[in-house]
Design a protein around this ligand. Sequence first.
Ligand SMILES: Nc1ncnc2c1ncn2[C@@H]1O[C@H](COP(=O)(O)OP(=O)(O)OP(=O)(O)O)[C@@H](O)[C@H]1O
Ligand SMILES: [Mg+2]
Length: 607
Amino acid sequence: MTDQYFEEEEFSTQFNGKTVLRILSQTKPHWKWVVGFLVAVMFVSMQDGYFTFLSKRIIDEGIVARDRQALISLVTTYGLLQLTQAALVFAFVYLTGVLGERVRYDLRKKLFNNLQDLSLSYYSRTPVGWIMSRVTSDTEKVSDLITWGVLDVTWAITNIASATFFMMVINWRLALIVLAILPVLLWVAVQFRKKILSEYRNVRKFNSKITGAYNENITGVRVVKALGREAENLSEFGQLTNQMYRSGYRAAWLSALFLPTVQIISAFAVGSIIYYGGLQANTVLGMTVGGIQAFVSYITFMMWPIQDVARVYAEMQNSVASAERMFSLIDAVPEVRDRAEAVDPGTVQGEIEFDHVDFYYEDEKPVLQDFSLKVRPGETIALVGPTGGGKSTIVNLLCRFYEPKRGVIRIGGRDYTSLTLDSIQSRIGVVLQTPHLFSGTVRENIRYGQLNASDEEIEAAATLAGAHDFISTLEKGYDTDVGEGGNLLSTGQKQLISLARAVLAKPEIFIMDEATSSVDTLTEALIQKGMEHLMRGRTSFVIAHRLSTIKRADRILVIEDGKIAEMGTHAELLRQGGHYYRLYTRQFRHQLGQEYDLYKLTGVPAV
Ligand SMILES: Nc1ncnc2c1ncn2[C@@H]1O[C@H](COP(=O)(O)OP(=O)(O)OP(=O)(O)O)[C@@H](O)[C@H]1O
Ligand SMILES: [Mg+2]
């Protein structure tokens, strides 16, 4: 993994207002729910403030004044308000929870949608783990910020406002003293929260480095021993654990210090209130017992909202960083996409032409150079050649997983970038070198080729592909579960199912990247039969490793270093005595023996 992908472990100190606005705008489609929970939470905190005020009145007007009537009516009001409070609390927790789910749902859908559109080049340079954490933890963080974060802040602000209001009503001079202390409290809380969060992020960062170090040392234990690197490794490891220990220690120390500090500051506020309030009680303004009690409650009551605001503020930077990464994925533009005027030609059965095509993947290291080829409709092309020569690249370009960097690819005489991606890709059937199945049953996997196919059509396709016999021997036949990625089946079996899938899709162009891994001779014969069915009457490209496939092709292309080194039929190329001849004598000869075995097994001659 490159450093770029560790960046999430770093503490981002940048604060981006635009991103915050964009995060908030995610709630737009659900604005009614937002209004609902904001109103509910405001009422809850205003009533909370009012309860303390009511307690003051119960003490002063009821208990101290010994007024039974007033006491009864005040206590009744208190009780009734508590009931509405309970309903409101239910409402805001429910509304916030649902809003969070909706936002998460929207975000994940947007991400998934774009992930499907992104080009293969994006996937080859982006680690899967990185994408997965955008989809899971970042959507979580962002939706939490929108819901619980906004809720905490609204709750805190209305709480402080209502407490201030009632303190003003009771005694405005003392209220001003409290208000003067608030910013100090807020500042202290924010500083603590930021520091604690940053230490914890350090702990996590060191932790992942330590896990990495363990991993390297365990998997590479032989090399470590062979080179006698134990002492140096231990000292490097020691440094890492030491750094982690110190960060963890600081985080614990700060967390421990945080609450007492806040408490001391608010105790100072409470002390001043009691001192001045008590003095006033003896002198001019007449502060009642209930009043002093209410002030003390309001101050303790304001401590939590302030801590909440500080926490949300500190976490917000974290969430904004999450959001930026998530939006970068939502905004990522696929390199290969439909042009504005792209059309569906209705068919791709025409001539295929590579016209002076240049191509490279990432680093401008040329893979194909000045590659030209014309393929007649219905022709079978076999691509052979050394590994890394560019065979898969040629079919990747034809499938338009990538587009040429220079030159043109034409289908039926038209530049294929003027056609829609879907019109091309939906008419090409590809069986990959390492076939991929989705978890589910055999039947579902074949049906992926043509979603509305009936069970009969699926079985017919499987029969044509040569897959029916082996499927019938499976425990549950077509309803057998293939496991994640099809890992309960062998490579040969997966390829047979992929072939059945391609047969069902009735593609106009057929592409096969033959598996190099050896499959048993019977399976090979079956795959051969399935392929033959698919190649019949269709333009086909086969990256071939089997002599029998190669010999059947109309034309064989020897691809070396991104160029056509030789081209012709089997017999022509053998006669030339060049690359193909050498390849044939070195690699394919031993296959002749196998083909004879096959012939004995199936009665079908290889050529
Ligand atoms: N996704 C990619 N990103 C960057 N470079 C790539 C990528 N895929 C292939 N290459 C490079 O392009 C060159 C051609 O690769 P390609 O896969 O086309 O070879 P191939 O002929 O199919 O080989 P093989 O017979 O082993 O399948 C190689 O040098 C390879 O390293
Ligand atoms: Mg390949």
